[in-house]
Design a protein around this ligand. Structure first.
Ligand SMILES: *Cc1c(COP(=O)(O)O)cnc(C)c1O
Length: 368
């Protein structure tokens, strides 16, 4: 059972759709698929423009940094992925300042407002909706609203790689929202997607940058249902399949509701058996728990109960475990994980098993 916060399992019907013969990307057949996928993405993102890139999520992060910063970037580092925006700026010699916090601490709206007021050079802000390193949710929508009051030309770029398809994001004041195929979209890795505001498109077209990740070229091409370079045809076929499945059989709103419910029930179940949720403001995409016995728990889960969950990175290596809620996770799978964690605690002599995790999980899911 793969319950890591990315990659997530690829449903069988998607795998089957992707197993068909490869079609040429410069054909009316593929352009039709591309067009339908774009339309579904507009519904998912609720934004003015959207592009698909043949790259992992980090490629889209790089494209946004290089195409949307003309003067100076402000990056938010509350974990590995926020740190990455700064590393991209450095790699391209783009001027930037960073607001750094511990991995359990979201940036405050005030800190951003102060940084923007004190530095007129800042013309783009880069932040995660969900920082997957510690499973926290930044107050991106509030930040965007306050920043736009100060200067509406400052671009707000949100890394939504573990938020798009997880929750309803208010994109009113967002200029770019990034996602990748292997998280909530339940596809193999290799496709990145960016939603844009019209203002972001204007800024990109004002000063085209780069070659492979030249977003001006990509936007121009994708408006006509083709891509600048060879499209990731197989992944786009899979994307169309998963999005139309969700739209027709579940509905995006219902998917967000189910994910939130499962996330909340999991957190309550783990708290009931003595765990502390790591982030001060947890995201819905995953549950991150601080625990010095994380590696032992993960080992027992994997070897005895057939459950794969993620650990921590860098300074949290061995002290964190992270359980995924993204995608079409079955209720019985989520229930099994909290049961397995409780059994592991018993095996490690930390807490005697009494079935509390299961009871709390099921009560929150079905009796609340
Ligand atoms: C997974 C992830 C990324 C990185 O994406 P890659 O596809 O590995 O390049 C970036 N940001 C967040 C928040 C993520 O969870």
């Amino acid at each position: 059972m793969l319950l890591t916060p990315g990659p997530t399992p690829v449903p069988e019907f998607v795998r089957k759709a992707m197993a068909d013969v490869t079609i040429h990307h410069r054909t009316p057949e593929f352009e039709q698929i591309f067009k339908e996928t774009r339309e579904l993405l507009f519904e998912l993102f609720q934004m003015d423009e959207v592009v698909m890139l043949a790259s992992s999520g980090s490629g889209a992060m790089e494209a946004c940094v290089t195409n949307l910063t003309h003067k100076k970037a402000l990056t938010v580092n509350s974990g590995k992925f926020g740190e990455r925006f700064g590393k991209i700026c450095k790699a391209f010699d783009i001027d930037y300042t960073e607001i750094k916090n511990e991995w359990n601490t979201p940036v405050s709206v005030e800190a951003i407002v102060e940084a923007v007021k004190n530095d007129n050079e800042i013309d783009a802000i880069f932040i995660q909706l969900c920082e997957s390193a510690g499973g926290l949710r930044h107050p991106v929508e509030d930040i965007a609203r306050e920043v736009k009051k100060i200067n509406k030309n400052i671009m707000i770029v949100a890394d939504g790689i573990t938020a798009v398809g997880v929750e309803n994001i208010d994109t009113t004041n967002l200029d770019a929202v990034i996602t990748g195929s292997q998280k909530a979209l339940m596809l193999p890795p290799g496709l990145a997607i960016i939603g844009f505001s019209n203002e972001a498109v204007n800024k990109i077209e004002e000063k085209p940058k780069g070659f492979y990740f030249n977003l001006a070229t990509e936007i121009k091409k994708q408006k006509t249902n083709t891509t600048a370079w060879t499209a990731a045809t197989t992944l786009i076929i899979g994307l169309k399949e998963i999005l139309s499945y969700i739209k027709e059989n579940i509905g995006f709103e219902k998917l967000y509701e189910d994910t939130a419910k499962r996330a909340d029930a999991t957190k309550e179940a783990l708290k009931a058996i003595g765990f502390e949720i790591y982030p001060k403001v947890p995201a819905k995409a995953m549950t991150a728990v601080y625990c010095e016995k994380s590696n032992d728990i993960r080992k027992i889960l994997k070897e005895k109960y057939d459950v794969n969950i993620a650990g921590g990175q860098d300074h949290l290596k061995g002290n964190l475990f992270r359980i995924n809620h993204m995608g079409l996770v079955e209720d019985f799978e989520a229930a099994w994980v909290v049961n397995a964690v409780e059994l592991a605690l018993d095996e490690l002599g930390i807490r005697t098993f009494d079935g509390s995790a299961n009871k709390v999980f099921l009560s929150k899911m079905f009796k609340a």
